[in-house]
Ligand binder design. Sequence first.
Ligand code: ASP
Ligand code: MG
Length: 403
Amino acid sequence: MALVVQKFGGTSVADPERIREVADHVARTRRRGDDVVVVVSAMGKETDELLRLAADVSKVRPGREMDMLITAGERKATALLCMALHDAGVPADSFTGSQAGFITDADHMNAKIVELRPERLREALAAGRTPVVGGAQGVSAQTRDVTFLGRGGSDTTAVALAHALDAHSCELYTDVSGVFTADPRVVPSARRMSAISFDEMLEMTANGCPKPAMRSVEFARTWNVRLHVRSAFTWEPGTWVQEEDPTMEQAIVSAVVHDTSEAKVTVTGVPDQPGIAARLFRLLADRQVNVDMIVQNVSDHGVTDISFTVPHEDLEVAREVTEGLQAEIGAAGVSTDHDIARVSLVGAGMKTNPGVAATTFETLAAHGINIEMISTSAIRISCIVRQAQVEQAVQVLHDAFLD
Ligand code: ASP
Ligand code: MG
């Protein structure tokens, strides 16, 4: 008998029929002889609706009240799922994050777990009951207020519980059947991978793959919690995310991912002296701008250009900060560009195989796709291209490396 954590995303529990299907699946798992701890998200698009409601009601939106509001979505889902579980013959109890022992800091809308004491869940399991825990929530030890772990936080709840309860694995049920070699909407021939390493999954989520939530993959890697990303619609086996098997040869390229969520800022004619980049990026950091790719050109006659990318929502602040600094650092100009996108190849085998960069650039060139910025890690190559060409870039690179 093993313990599994099963997390169900919003689409998996979007309506009464879905909730009953999920309950049946949990019942099947119990009949197989396994113990289950269930984690649920809010039903369907409820989190978005609650956020919209708050925006309609208030300009201030105090963090304490926002967290109380948003976590109500998950709380509702836990109670309904428990009712369906009772009908399916599975004794089950709902728990809020606080009742489940999630102690967090007081950073509302983005709280971090500082301690997990799942005593009540252990007691429920020992009594033969199935605990159903509200995802993405906890309580601050300091203020005793309810906290929300942030968007996608239910994945983190599930991974943290799998670690704390020493579960065999953490199953993340969603509306896709696993992790694919590219977005199947862009590349119809994309394949579901049967397994992928934590490192590759992290690179993928950091570069545009929307699920699982990046923070949960980080936790899973740190604590070595095996993830199984799978569908709550077909229930077929999905993709295992786990430690790399050192005895297996690694795929040179495992996946092509893309990201259209960023914009580019370029500062031209910057004096090439120590301290200029430090000043610029310190000011951006102070304003919480999340800078991603940074490229500085070779300097010419003592001046250079610096380009960097930021999430679209940070662009205005980034522009303001950069323009504010322009005179002080003696730069010639600042320009911004919304219409960029990033295409990235990820693969653990890149570490030891030459030629991936060359083939990537040749493939893009053969299709007239211009590369505007390049960045790499040991297992990733990313190129910034025109947003209008990014889907084609994904297709031709998938053809070149994965078809
Ligand atoms: N319902 C929350 C959200 O949509 C938490 C989660 O699903 O992980 O962000
Ligand atoms: Mg979700």
